[in-house]
Structure formats: C-alpha cells, structure tokens
Design a binder for this molecule. Structure first.
Ligand code: SF4
Length: 253
C-alpha cells in the first residue's frame, strides 16, 4: 500500500549561517540547535544569505552599521569606502517573489544585514551609539526592507527563540499567519473573515482577552455598518499581529 503523503511543511525563511552554512565573513557559521532540531520539525526552512547574494565572497570584510548625517549606512569595518547599503535594500526587493510565500522568518541577531532589532550602531569614529539617543532603531538593512514589505510576517531572531515560550509563540504565530495567507488566496468576504476569527478565537483570548474581544467587536460593527472589506481586513490583521506578539504568561520567561 502506498504511504500517505506527508503534509507540506510551512515555508519559513532563515539566515543561512544559523543552519550551519559557512557563509559568514570569517568563513564560519552560527549553527543553532533550537532552530535546526526543533523548528525544522514544523517548518520547511529556506536559507538565504544576503551578503553572499549581493556578491561578497566568503571570507570577506566584516561590515557594520554606521550613522552618517542621521542616516544609517552599512559599510566595511576595514575599507570604509565599501558601502553596501543600497545593495542590501535592493537584495530584499529582488527576493520579494519568494518572500511573499513565506509564513515567517528567522534572522541572525546583531547582524548589520539580517538583525531584526537592536543591532549595534556606531558613529564615524567607530564608537557604539546608544539606540535611545539616536532616531535609528538598529535594524539590519536586508531585514529592515523585508519587514517593511511584509509588516505582518512573524519574525524572530535565534536568541529570542532560545526562550521556550517565545519559540512556542512563534510556531503558533507562523501557523496562524499561514492560515491568513490561505484565506487571502480566495476572494475575501466579511463572512469568511468572521469564520477565520471564530476558528482561532480560543487562541486569541489566551493571548489577551480584551484585545480579542475588541477584534470580534470590530468585525460585528463592520458588518452592521457595511464597511469596506479591504479596510476591515487591514485593521484586523494589524490588530491581530499586535495581539499575537503578546506572550501568554510572559512573566515566566
Ligand atoms: S548576512 Fe545574514 S545569513 Fe549571511 S552570514 Fe551574515 S547573518 Fe548570516
């Protein structure tokens, strides 16, 4: 008897070095067992290294984020004239065709290309700047463009994913976002959106009861007022994303 086909795993992007690929500037990798052993069970991990993609070899000069005239540039730590800012931004743009099929992304922390937050920023003299004293958020430039293109995509870095509750929450967020993407493949109606909400409501309530009730109330009043489905959808996914980032029982972290 033929074996039943395994269900397709959900596609999630990942910084290549976290899977053990030797793509770092020094020829090394940053293999992460939580990602490889745990998350691989759930997801089809799709590796990508933006610095290799833009043609920098391995090994290569290290890069860092430098504040220049209130703007963030990604430049070499060895040859300051080597500036890859635009190349990293363009790289994220050029990869949109497969990014749009992803249901999550796992980034390497503190990388000038891939870090999703709190990446070190330096001034022109190489002194590390305090994020609170600058207007810049310290986000790797490839990651920043990707997150701008897909603002509701669940993303985390490997450091956050070493916390069990964050990891479990990420798995759940990716699953729900995947269902959301499926919902959007058909013509969306208020009825279909309400059905999606009802299917997941028990999860939303666990995260934040008041926000979950607000989500539902928003749908009911949109139905009563005959609101435009596009607007309803945009407000809904924005609120839902905020809600799902709340970790239930986060005090235990
Ligand atoms: S650019 Fe990203 S994927 Fe490539 S080595 Fe650096 S952190 Fe890893």
């Amino acid at each position: 008897m033929a074996k039943p086909e395994e269900p397709q795993k959900i596609p999630v992007g990942v910084s290549s070095c976290l899977l053990g690929e030797r793509v770092r500037y020094d020829g090394g990798h940053k293999y992460n067992p939580h990602i490889t052993n745990t998350l691989r069970k759930y997801f089809n991990l799709i590796p990508f290294c933006p610095e290799v993609d833009i043609g920098l070899g391995v090994p290569r000069e290290a890069v860092h984020l430098v504040m220049v005239n209130n703007a963030v540039r990604c430049v070499s730590t060895v040859s300051p004239k080597l500036d890859i800012t635009e190349q990293l931004i363009n790289c994220a743009e050029q990869q949109k065709h497969w990014h749009e099929n992803l249901s999550g992304y796992i980034f390497k922390r503190n990388s000038s290309s891939c870090g999703p937050n709190k990446v070190n920023l330096v001034d022109g003299n190489g002194k590390v700047l305090d994020h609170h004293k600058t207007n810049a958020s310290g986000v790797g430039l490839y990651a920043q463009e990707l997150m701008k293109n897909f603002p509701y995509l669940p993303v985390e870095d490997e450091d956050s994913l070493s916390h069990r509750l964050i990891r479990e929450n990420f798995i759940m967020r990716v699953g729900i976002y995947h269902c959301w993407q499926s919902l959007l493949t058909k013509e969306l109606s208020l009825k279909a959106l309400s059905a999606f909400h009802q299917d997941h409501q028990h999860i939303f309530i666990k995260h934040h009861k008041r926000f979950a009730v607000e989500l539902e109330t928003g749908l009911v009043s949109a139905e009563q007022d005959g609101d435009d489905i596009k607007q309803v959808k945009d407000v809904y996914i924005e609120r839902l994303t905020r809600l799902l980032k709340i970790i239930p029982a986060s005090k235990n972290l």
